[in-house]
Design a protein around this ligand. Structure first.
Ligand SMILES: [Zn+2]
Length: 242
């Protein structure tokens, strides 16, 4: 019986280590994924701003050309003013000149606004870029961690699984099914120890009579509060090599 209880506790310890590995691996891929998606979002944001900026530069260049053309034709109209023969012609020309003035003012105002926009976009892009550097550095770090853990885990996990197999072979079938059922219900811990008169799984005090029985190591007991298998401190210490 002593050995029956001992192997159950051994099984729990190996499973604890396997759970730890699982946890380590389980968290990092999520972190890497979320960093990657955040980086893509920021890259997309920068790209949109850069496109907007490029378009504003192009639009400004077009407006400049248009302004030049308007100024040229305006010069012609002004020259023609000296050659008018009547008021009608004079009015028509001044109307054209005024109209060009209006258009030039409008385009110049638009270009000022575009210049402001371009400046503000540059500023925004410069502000965002450092975030990208920080996130990229973090991603690189997490990826390296993950790679290392996977590498380390591979060996460690193989070793533990091998060890688990050997222990499992020594566990009695009914004990194993009880163990598996409790482990599933308690999300990992199926075997608890009697620690300072309490169950190490739920910390409830175990009745004194039951404590005595557990210390005899000759029967499989479960905690009446949490249902976990309870083994004595003696068994725990022996398995843990204390
Ligand atoms: Zn308990």
């Amino acid at each position: 019986m002593y050995n029956r209880l001992k192997v159950l506790y051994q099984l729990q310890l190996v499973d604890d280590q396997l759970d730890e590995l699982e946890e380590l691996r389980g968290d990092l891929p999520n972190m890497v994924r979320s960093l990657e998606s955040r980086i893509n979002e920021i890259k997309e944001e920068i790209k949109l701003k850069e496109t907007e900026q490029k378009e504003s530069v192009e639009k400004r260049a077009l407006n400049e050309e248009e302004i030049e053309k308007l100024k040229e034709s305006q010069q012609k109209f002004k020259a023609q003013l000296y050659q008018v023969r009547n008021n009608k012609e004079y009015d028509a020309l001044t109307k054209e000149i005024d109209h060009s003035d209006e258009q030039i003012s409008k385009l110049e105002a638009e270009n000022n606004a575009l210049a402001d926009l371009s400046k503000s976009l540059s500023y925004q892009i410069e502000e965002i870029k450092p975030q990208l550097d920080v996130l990229n550095a973090e991603l690189k770090e997490k990826e390296a961690d993950l790679k290392e853990i996977i590498k380390v885990n591979e060996k460690e996990e193989m070793k533990l699984l091998d060890e688990r197999k050997k222990i499992e072979d020594q566990v009695k079938k009914p004990d194993l099914s009880v163990y598996t059922r409790i482990r599933k219900a308690k999300k990992g811990k199926a075997v608890a120890t009697l620690k300072r008169s309490a169950c190490s799984g739920c910390h409830n005090i175990v009745p004194a009579q039951r404590q005595l029985e557990i210390r005899k190591n000759n029967k499989l007991f479960t905690c009446e509060y949490c249902g976990r298998i309870l083994v004595s401190q003696e068994i725990a210490e022996e398995v843990e090599g204390k």
